[in-house]
Every structure is written in structure tokens, then in C-alpha cells.
Write a protein that binds this ligand. Structure first.
Ligand code: AMP
Ligand code: GLY
Length: 429
């Protein structure tokens, strides 16, 4: 079987590694890919958002499946276009990807089907939004762009001035373009966050091992929000009891709601959850695998990913028994200094062998933003590498990842030194 992966970050590298393990896979292709991915898949310089370019590439390569990994092409309807052209795919169609593409849609869905989430109102008029914030007079206030904004469209305002500035930047200055034409203003939820990725064919839902992202750029969760500075799996706060509650009150109701709306969701549904003292609530849905959650979840998967992809496409996921290793996994992101704001690229990365891996193989290095020039690995993005290790315990996995990371360097590299610390404290308490 030949498979084309669409995307080019650490998540796509992790998907490529998982597919490479399958005895069913012969050729792996990736567009656009990156330097690390190019060692295990043939990469083509077509952007994931160039929908016609991807369809043309598929027509040339004739893959058995096209795996669409990033949010933008999913929301834009790449899966629909590929299906129309006769290709089998992994990923939701546009009418289901809207679960991530429009927060106004997902909030309304949750309200209609009684799925626990923060109370909210939506606005298309900036003055009305500001008047509502003033009248509520409750802080922190959470202000979100309706559409996609590279993970930057959420502002937690501590006072009226910050809230007003957030509404103005989204709705009047159009900082996020059309994504901010509508805003969601919601109640602030207190608690701990858990990510649960789930396979679904639109009828059954099979949650994967839980994980914990670390979104802020600095230790102790300080500084700006990023795409994610590191992850661990499983998340010890997500106990069997919580999992049971989420299955009953969130996962199954969401899948059924989408089915009832005539928008069956097929692919990986990302549940961003807040464990509050009133129970688990949905913070957000994403229509795809998380990054860097995928880097710690897929290494624990024992079932052949190709079998899962086929079962989802053919809508027989319910029959499949998905197995996990029971181990722990940790991923520490090495980012360019300055990320998530301004940063430089083109820095030489030292410590990697010709495959972009550690010569001793102690940890796996997922490439997020790298390029290969004259046999040298160079930085090419904000998040550069995700150094990932598996262990019998979370503590062992973290130690291996941090030791391995010490052998890799590039100018102005930045990483958090406390990935997994909160989870370890929780386990020890
Ligand atoms: P989102 O893109 O909706 O996941 O929001 C990004 C981040 O903002 C989340 O991961 C949370 O840390 C935080 N956040 C979003 N909504 C809320 C909320 N209602 N209460 C508390 N924190 C939130
Ligand atoms: N790590 C958060 C996300 O993928 O949206």
C-alpha cells in the first residue's frame, strides 16, 4: 500500500513513523514534509493549503490513501476534493471539520446536545460584544475568534481594558482576518487541562491514550501561548473514572450529535478538556491529531495504524480492538529563541546523524521545522525538534528525553526544563 501524508511538522513526522512500522506500507509520500520526514518518506514541495496542487500530486502518485493531518486543509475541504477525485482519505470532510473551523458552530452544537462546556455568547457586532463584557463584569473573561487563528485567537482578559482591546483587535482591526468577524465570549473555567485524541468513523469512537500539552513558552506556565512546548502521555490526572465520565457525557454525545446533524466525523477528533470541580468540560474540539500530542501518543500504539485508517474509511471501527503498550512517553520541544514571536532560522543543528537522529538512538527526534542543506540540518521554524522517549514510567521517559536533548544544540535554542513536572508531582502526591 502507498500512502500520501499531507503536512510537514512534528505531528506528520510521528504519523510517518507510525505508518512506516506497518508491514502493509510500501511507499510513503509527504507534502510538503520536512528534513526529518524526508529520511523515511519521499517529500514533494506542495503546500498543504494548495488544495488543487495536492489533488494533482495525488493524481500523479496514485496513493491508496491520503492522510490529511493539518487543520487548514481539512477546514478548507481537501478531503472532499480528494474523495471527489476518487481517493480514499483519512480526515473529516469540511462539513465535519467545522467543529474546529468555527467555534460558534461547536459551541452551538454543545448547547443543543447538552455537552458540558463553558457558558457563552456569540457576537458579530463589536459594540454589542463590549457592552456584554461591561454588563457581565466578570474576569478573567475569555474572548475567542470564531475561526482558525494558528492557536492565537484566544485571549484570557484579566480586566475590562484587556477585554475591550481583544474584541477591537479581532473585530475592528481584523488581526486574524475573517476568523474574527464573529467572536465567542465565554466563562473562564478553573481546572487542569487534558487532551484526548479519539479515532472515530462517525458511528463509534475509540479514545487514544490521554496526554498533557504544555502551551506556555516558559517554565511554570509563564509567558505567551505557543503551539505546544512539550507533551507527556498518559496524563495521570485523567483517571479511569474521569475517562468513563468523558465517554458518556462528551465523546459519544459529540459523535452522535455530528451524525444527527448530517455531518458524520471521520478521522481523529481532538478533545481539549478542562477537569473542573463540576466535572469534565470541553475547552475546544480540533478536527485532527494534536501537535505535539501525536508525538507521545502514536509511539504507544501497538495496533497497525493502517488497519485503523482502513476501518475508519470503511466505517467498521466498532469491530476493531485497538491495543496500547501501557508505557509512558515524553516529548520535549526545542524551539528557536524568540518563538512564538520573532525568531531567526537557518541555524545549524549539531548532534544529529545523517538521518536527523541521535547516533546512540536513546530517544527519537521528531522534526518540526528543519531543512537539509549540503548534508547539514538547519532550523527552519519556530518549533524545531521534539525529542521523544518512551519508558516504563513517566519519570524514566522524561529522564531519557532530557538526557538525549543535551546532545543536540543550535544557536539560541530554547526549551522548557519542566515538561511533565506537574504530572510527576501529581503521581507522587
Ligand atoms: P482554545 O484554542 O479554545 O483551546 O484555547 C486556547 C487555550 O486557552 C486553552 O488551551 C486553555 O488553556 C485556554 N482557554 C480557552 N478557553 C478557556 C476557558 N473558557 N476557560 C479557561 N481557559 C480557557
Ligand atoms: N497542541 C495543541 C494543538 O494541536 O492544537
Amino acid at each position: 500500500m502507498n500512502i500520501l501524508i499531507v503536512g510537514g511538522g512534528g505531528r506528520e513526522h510521528a504519523i510517518a513513523v507510525a505508518l512506516r512500522k506497518s508491514p502493509k506500507v510500501e511507499k510513503l509520500f509527504c507534502a510538503p514534509g520536512n528534513a526529518g520526514i524526508s529520511r523515511i518518506a519521499e517529500c514533494f514541495p506542495v503546500k498543504a493549503t494548495d488544495l488543487d496542487g495536492i489533488v494533482e500530486l495525488a493524481q500523479k502518485l496514485k496513493p491508496d490513501y491520503v492522510f490529511v493531518a493539518p487543520d487548514d486543509p481539512l477546514v478548507m475541504g481537501l478531503v472532499d476534493k480528494l474523495n471527489d477525485a476518487g481517493f480514499r482519505t483519512f480526515g473529516p470532510k469540511a462539513d465535519a471539520a467545522i467543529l474546529e473551523g468555527s467555534k460558534a458552530f461547536s459551541k452551538a452544537l454543545m448547547k443543543k446536545y447538552n455537552i458540558p462546556t463553558a457558558a457563552y455568547e456569540t457576537f458579530t457586532d463589536a459594540e454589542k460584544a463590549i457592552a456584554y463584557i461591561k454588563q457581565k463584569n466578570s474576569y478573567p473573561a475569555v474572548i475567542k475568534c470564531d475561526g482558525l487563528a494558528l492557536g492565537k485567537g484566544v485571549i484570557i482578559a484579566q480586566n475590562f481594558e484587556e477585554a475591550e482591546a481583544a474584541v477591537k483587535s479581532m473585530m475592528i482591526d481584523q488581526k486574524f482576518g475573517k476568523s474574527g468577524a464573529e467572536v465567542v465570549i465565554e466563562e473562564f473555567m478553573e481546572g487542569t487541562e487534558v487532551t484526548v485524541l479519539a479515532f472515530t468513523d462517525g458511528k463509534s469512537v475509540k479514545p487514544m491514550v490521554s496526554s498533557m500539552d504544555h502551551k506556555r513558552v516558559y517554565d511554570n506556565d509563564e509567558g505567551l501561548n505557543t503551539g505546544g512546548m512539550g507533551t507527556i502521555a498518559p496524563n495521570p490526572l485523567y483517571t479511569d473514572k474521569v475517562a468513563e465520565e468523558c465517554m458518556k457525557k462528551i465523546f459519544i454525545p459529540t459523535i452522535n450529535a455530528m451524525q444527527a446533524e448530517g455531518r458524520p466525523f471521520k478521522g481523529c477528533l481532538y478533545f481539549g478538556l478542562m477537569l473542573t470541580n463540576m466535572g469534565a468540560k470541553v475547552v475546544e474540539y480540533n478536527c485532527r491529531f494534536g501537535d505535539p500530542e501525536t508525538q507521545v501518543v502514536l509511539p504507544l500504539l501497538e495496533t497497525d495504524l493502517v488497519d485503523i485508517i482502513e476501518a475508519i474509511y470503511e466505517e467498521r471501527l466498532g469491530e476493531l480492538d485497538i491495543k496500547w503498550s501501557g508505557k509512558s512517553c515524553a516529548c520535549v520541544v526545542m524551539a528557536s529563541g524568540g518563538y512564538p514571536e520573532k525568531y531567526e532560522t537557518g541555524k545549524e543543528i549539531t548532534g544529529l546523524d545523517e538521518n536527523g537522529q541521535l547516533p546512540d538512538g536513546s530517544a527519537f527526534v521528531y522534526h518540526a521545522g528543519t531543512k537539509l542543506e549540503d548534508g547539514k540540518y538547519l532550523t527552519a521554524g519556530g518549533r524545531v525538534l521534539g525529542v521523544t522517549a518512551t519508558g516504563d514510567t513517566l519519570e524514566a521517559a522524561l529522564m531519557t528525553a532530557y538526557i538525549a536533548l543535551g546532545d543536540i544544540s543550535f544557536d539560541k535554542a530554547h526549551m522548557r526544563s519542566d515538561i511533565g513536572q506537574r504530572a510527576l508531582d501529581y503521581i507522587k502526591a
